[in-house]
Unconditional design. Sequence first.
Length: 276
Amino acid sequence: MNATLETATTEYIDVPGARLAYRRIGHRSERKLVLLQHFTGTMDAWDPAVVNALGEVSEVFVLDNAGVGASSGTTPGNIEEMADYAEAFIAGLDLGEVDLLGFSLGGFLAQVMAARRRVAIGRMVIAGSAPMGGEEHLLEVVGAAFEKKAPDVRLPLFFTPSDKSQAAGQAFVERTLARTANRDPDHGNSVSDPQAKAIIEWCARPDPDHQSLKAINTATLIVHGSDDTMFPSDNAYVMFKNMPDATLILYPDSGHGALFQQPETFVAHVRTFLEL
């Protein structure tokens, strides 16, 4: 029986500066898909409906970057060092060519990794993210979400106020709680502070004529919510227009967590893209 996000054993690999925790999902396959997580997110913050379905076509690797969740080390305060750890993870497991799925902050790492080509990347999916020099409202949106005192802060953060979106959000939250054993710990400010610094610096960094995007030759699927308040959808269009080989999909009445609001649709789009 193939491991799922809810049942997979947490494994570890030592890389320079940290012991990284990860889980393998799905069947053993020549195709490898590495998932790069959002701001403060751990392995347990992924949606089983997305991860397990992708595990039917690829061997999926979810990991906690340095200092996050079950991983040791110190969380870096810049995107490039976070990408260093992700590359060390891929090289340390000798995965060969991998596909990447980067959500939000993870999409920043994916862009860096694809541009500098230290590891072999086949295809890349970027969801709810932004380019270098992009528009971000991280602290404003996170602060406003906590003020709403919702049952789970992800409901106002990841989903629109519509009844349909909020219902989908509640279903997502329930799915993320399905794993009951050996869940990742939350390290609070020791993760959120450096990650926030890294996100803000990345989006404030000038990138004249979007040279960083034009350096990415990897075939890329960009998925974004129509009403993402953290990283507005203009970011997705900028990436689409400046990457040499990019496809853009916008989901209606969707926020930052569009991929979790419509998991079946998202998985169908990703599977089609990866199998091209």
